[in-house]
Design a protein around this ligand. Structure first.
Ligand code: MG
Length: 284
């Protein structure tokens, strides 16, 4: 089989294009959301706290993660360091005055492990990361929110969660409370994947099915972002709306090679054995 017929050889790179858009919405006076497009990181932060504290908190988070722009070997530990740096600065806002400040953090990064390209996803709060792949559209992150806990307990449905009176109460955030441990996911990337990072100003207004339709329609990531913000505005945009879309144009690691192709990557680290398909020979 030729390379032209069966995908790409491992190159140690993940190539993407991206777009981003944010809007104050139709009700709020200020936009407390912040966004970051800083390859290999793409992030949304939804700030909270009165008198501009939310704006400051989300901006601090973006600034600290922005230090990783251009990182050629992104590591999970780097994300944790950025998070704790941001947390210390946000906590200092609270101790300096009467205001408590906090922010959500939702991000997607590109990462290469053993010549295979991955999406790394991190979440803290109720901003979200979705993945649209060739075969599926799914919410990757799990909200840290009261209504998510009620859904998990089987007490309400996801549809009821969207209109529940407690829908804005989050259980973890950066600053503004004791719970600030993020969740992480590592997902093998495929060419054509579109990752969406967004604040709840999108998902509170627009249903997942409508979001998927926009992402599948094609066009550029920037066009998709503007269309998604437009949908939220059409629904009333009761909150700030922020979206970032990252599309994989080339992924290292030959995920799409035929299963019998001997060039299929073999991982040397057994810890990865459940995260990637590999040829019948198993781990070297
Ligand atoms: Mg919000």
């Amino acid at each position: 089989m030729t390379e032209e017929q069966h995908g790409r050889m491992p190159t140690g790179t993940v190539s993407v294009t991206s777009g981003a858009a944010t809007h104050v919405g139709s009700v709020r006076e200020t936009n407390e959301d912040s966004l970051l497009v800083a390859p290999p990181l793409y992030m949304v932060a939804d700030g909270m706290g009165g008198h501009e504290a939310g704006e400051v908190a989300s901006a601090i988070a973006v600034e600290e993660f922005g230090r990783l722009e251009g990182a050629t070997e992104l590591r999970i530990e780097d994300l944790g360091v950025a998070l704790r740096r941001a947390e210390a600065r946000i906590d200092a806002i609270g101790t300096a005055g009467p205001l408590s400040a906090g922010t959500t953090v939702a991000l997607v990064g590109t990462m290469v492990l053993d010549d295979v390209g991955y999406w790394v996803v991190m979440n803290l709060g109720d901003s979200r990361v979705y993945r649209m792949s060739r075969d599926a559209f799914e919410q990757v992150s799990v909200d840290h929110s009261v209504v998510q806990e009620l859904v998990d307990a089987g007490e309400i449905t996801p549809a009821e969660a969207r209109v529940h009176p407690y829908r804005n109460m989050i259980t973890r955030a950066l600053g503004a409370g004791p719970q600030s441990d993020p969740d992480y996911w590592l997902i093998p990337g495929e060419v054509g994947d579109r990752m969406l990072v967004c604040s709840d100003g999108l998902t509170g207004e627009v249903e997942d099915a409508a979001i998927e339709r926009v992402l599948r329609r094609g066009g550029t990531p920037q066009e998709a972002c503007e269309e998604l913000v437009g949908l939220a505005l059409a629904e009333g945009a009761h909150d700030n709306v922020t979206v970032v879309v990252v599309e994989a144009t080339d992924i290292a690691g030959a995920i799409d090679l035929d299963a019998t192709d001997p060039r299929r990557p073999v991982l040397s680290d057994p810890a990865h054995e459940d995260t990637l398909p590999r040829h019948a020979g198993g781990i070297a």
